[in-house]
Every structure is written in structure tokens, then in C-alpha cells.
Design a protein around this ligand. Sequence first.
Ligand SMILES: C[S@@+](CC[C@H](N)C(=O)[O-])C[C@H]1O[C@@H](n2cnc3c(N)ncnc32)[C@H](O)[C@@H]1O
Length: 286
Amino acid sequence: MADTTCDSLCKLFFGAPFVTASVALSKQFLKKLIAFFESRCLPIHDALFEELASLMVVEQNDGRDFNTYFVGKKSITVLSNRSILMNGTTGLHSWQAGKMFSLFALQNQHLFASKSVVELGSGTGLTGLVILHMCNPRNYLFTDHNPLVIDLIRQNLTINGFNDKNLVAALNWFDDRSTILDVLVANNPDVLIGCDLIFDIDLIPAFCQTLSTILNENQKCKAFIMSTLRNTHTILSFESQLLRKNLSFSKQEFKAENDSCFFINPNCHFILHEITVHLKSVKLLQ
Ligand SMILES: C[S@@+](CC[C@H](N)C(=O)[O-])C[C@H]1O[C@@H](n2cnc3c(N)ncnc32)[C@H](O)[C@@H]1O
């Protein structure tokens, strides 16, 4: 979608950098705008209806949108699926916790500057692209287990001008210790991140084992895991598995900020776990 009526209206109403090329959001915005004019019996320009109709045609195409986020003076474009589950994976959609973590990274760039960052379950790659573009990491490794998701990350990297093949690796939390460490050998991480990975109780033990493997390999490494608060039981299960693995954590809750450039759903609440190797166990080992 080029610079459309909808984009121009978004700019007019909300001002840059509050613009997205998401078909769904543009459609939602136009519908609200038309309803607003209707409720006040104001004339509605034909261009608005034409734009809405053309968006409806686009939306029927293949379920994918190019979303452009204006971050500082840069723009980041991410191809993402509107369906949360597609071809048996959740990884082709950009999740709210990934957007929340992108905002957190923008507000805490020092945590990533000059650091080696490894991301688990990267999905579309939005969060990593924000960190790569805005936080100046020493290096960054996107990982996921699903080949379709890995292809999408590579596509999104190319769209944004990153062509280095070594930025992406296949990593499955069910892999054994040596396979996981082999994947990370060139990227010994200072910071490990993950967004919206705590949703399926059956994945939590393998995920916590992966955290434990990586954090114990480099005990100075910290993990930041951002989750959407849906089910307290799932979060409690994650926390108890962390403790069982001798990992300690602190946590912080977040609400979406209305004026963020990532269009975070205002109804979502998030929890960020900062995880390290349990200090007591480090002392005992020494
Ligand atoms: C809900 S999506 C979140 C994606 C992305 N982090 C975001 O915030 O948009 C969960 C991600 O975890 C990945 N995942 C699920 N099981 C996995 C496993 N066993 N090993 C590695 N990645 C896995 C999926 O492929 C998917 O990309």
C-alpha cells in the first residue's frame, strides 16, 4: 500500500510516527472515521469509501500484511500473518509481547548496546530488527525451530537490508545440551531474550531447560522474557520451573502505552522476567 488516504489521515489525526501499513488497522481506522462522520451527519468524501473497498480486496488476498513501524528516524517493515496460527505455527504472526519488548528495548537501549544478544522463538523477527536498528548490539542471533518461521525471519531481514546469513539459526528447545551450545558457539550471549513464549504448559520444561543450559554456560548472561498475561497458572508454572532449575528471577508488569509506535493492544498486560543463574548456586559451585 503506497502513501494512501488512510495513511495521510492517520498522520493528520495522530501525527508521525503513528503510522502503519497494516491493512487490518487501516481498515479499522477508516471504519471508525466513517462512523464518526455519520454520527454527526457530516458529508463523507468518496475517497474514504474507495480506500476502504480497496483495503477489503487486499485483505482477501493471502492473509499477510507488510507492517511498517516508524521508530525514531528509521522505519522497520515486517511481513507478518494476520492469523495467530498458520501452517501449524504461531511464529508467522507478530505477537503483542514482541511489540511490548520492542518498546522496552527502545527505552533501555543500554541493556543491548555492544552486547551479544540471542533471541529464542523469534517469530517474525520484529523485536530483533528493532534491537538491531536502534540498540547497537555487538551481534544478534535470531533463533526458532520452525523452518517456515526461519524463512520468514530471513525474508524480513532482507526487506530491512540485513543480508548476513549468520544472523539466523535453527534452535529447538527440545534439542540436547550439546546441540544447543553448538548453535550458540559463535554467539556466546551476554543477553538472552524471548517474547510470548510462555503460553503452552507442555513447552515450559524444555524452554526452562534451554534457559538453564545457556545461562549456566555463561553465568554473566541475563535473560529477559516478556510474556502476555493471559493465564496466571501458566506464569506460576514457568516461575516454579525456573526455581527448580536453580534460576533466580525478578519481575515487572507492564501495560501498553497508547502513544507507542508499535500499536500495542491497550487491553494487554505484560510481565517481564529478568532471569539469572541462582547466586547461591554460583557461590556453592566456586
Ligand atoms: C507465540 S510465538 C512468539 C513469536 C515472537 N517472539 C513474537 O513475539 O512475535 C512463539 C514462537 O516460539 C517458537 N517455538 C515454539 N516452540 C518452540 C521450540 N520447541 N523451540 C524453538 N522455538 C519454538 C514458535 O515457532 C514461535 O515463533
